[in-house]
Write a protein that binds this ligand. Structure first.
Ligand SMILES: Nc1ncnc2c1ncn2[C@@H]1O[C@H](COP(=O)(O)OP(=O)(O)OP(=O)(O)O)[C@@H](O)[C@H]1O
Ligand SMILES: [Mg+2]
Length: 322
């Protein structure tokens, strides 16, 4: 099973929200669409789901053009940030509704729902209504409902962004087990780079309705093709230093080292993160962020350097990697 976007564009009025989207997601692959708010991620998913139509380009599922295939015939499992559960129905009722619309014998339906309640570990809560569930439990109902549709493709639009950090950590392995490890292609929208790095086989960094770079998490981390990608992947973001020759040197905070022969800096701010600390340094190149192990206090004068092989170089005018 594959999903393929060929030159997809969408405009609202005069504004092209999606410029030219080319993307192929293979069998069992998870691609994260990562980008800032408003860059067109949800719009792209809605087009794939058939909830909206592109103004140019084509969408193919399993090689078949979807131009004239309505949403309900595309067999797509979609999960939203807002869960989109029916508040007056119980968990069981919510799961049943999707199946009932597709028809089939009552007994089959019931069997599948009961099995699914075990898979997502919601059996005890089957008679509760959404308002009586936690955010994580609601999201599991939404995942179960998408799974029951037996989709050819999964589209997930920030499915965990309403959950707190701890619950997200808990739900990530479940999401992997239930959806990402399956044979269907998955497109996973998020603006959280940690989530994208953790879950996706490949990440497409979107900016202003285009894909700025696509690659494995490691490729994007090691060789970002622009300063935008460089600062979007990795946290805290890469330091960028303007040089005199119209170039920019990029160094990740985790690649700065204490070095007696290095550059003079003063510690302007220090955040303790347990295993490491994050420093904000004043240097001849402006402020730099640094991650280090400890032994540094606020106001200290320190010397830092970085290994030359960890240095990235970009063109200062267009931001492209040199
Ligand atoms: N129906 C519409 N009519 C007009 N403009 C729209 C419509 N839908 C979306 N837009 C605009 O398209 C742009 C992209 O919206 P979209 O919802 O795809 O962004 P997003 O990347 O999902 O952002 P977020 O991370 O905040 O969810 C926004 O500027 C939005 O205002
Ligand atoms: Mg969105």
């Amino acid at each position: 099973m594959t999903v393929e976007l060929q030159g997809i564009g969408r405009r609202f009025g005069e504004r092209w929200i999606l410029q030219q989207l080319d993307l192929k997601v293979g069998q069992g692959e998870c691609v994260a669409l990562l980008g800032a708010s408003g860059c067109g991620k949800s719009t792209a998913l809605r087009l794939i789901a058939g909830l909206d139509q592109p103004d140019r380009g084509h969408l193919l599922i399993e090689g078949e053009p979807m131009d004239r295939v309505p949403a309900r015939q595309r067999r797509i499992g979609m999960v939203f940030q807002s869960y989109a559960l029916f508040p007056h129905l119980t968990v069981r009722g919510n799961l049943d509704l999707g199946l009932r619309l597709r028809g089939g014998p009552v007994q089959d339906r019931q069997q599948r729902i009961e099995a699914m309640l075990d898979v997502v570990q919601l059996r005890e809560l089957a008679e509760q209504r959404p308002a009586q569930l936690s955010g994580g439990q609601r999201q599991r109902v939404a995942l179960a409902r998408a799974l029951l549709r037996d989709p050819r493709v999964f589209l997930l639009d920030e499915p965990m962004s309403n959950l707190d950090a701890q619950l997200r950590d808990e739900l990530r392995p479940e999401l992997k087990r239930l959806i990402l490890d399956g044979p269907q292609p998955v497109i996973y929208v998020t603006h959280d780079q940690v989530e994208a790095m953790a879950l996706a086989d490949r990440i497409a960094v979107m900016r202003h309705g285009r894909i700025e770079q696509i690659g494995t998490p490691q490729e994007l981390y090691d060789t970002p093709s622009t300063t935008y990608v460089a600062q979007f992947i990795g946290r805290p973001p890469m330091n960028l230093i303007n040089m005199d020759d119209n170039s920019v040197i990029g160094v990740r905070p985790e690649h700065l080292n204490l070095d007696d022969a290095g550059m003079d800096c003063r510690v302007l701010n220090r955040e303790w993160h347990g295993a490491s600390q994050q420093l904000l340094l004043d240097s001849q190149h402006g402020n730099l962020r640094m991650i280090c192990d400890g032994g540094v206090s606020l106001g200290d004068s320190i010397r830092v350097s970085w290994p030359s092989q960890r240095e990235h170089r970009f063109n200062a005018s267009n931001g492209r990697r040199q």
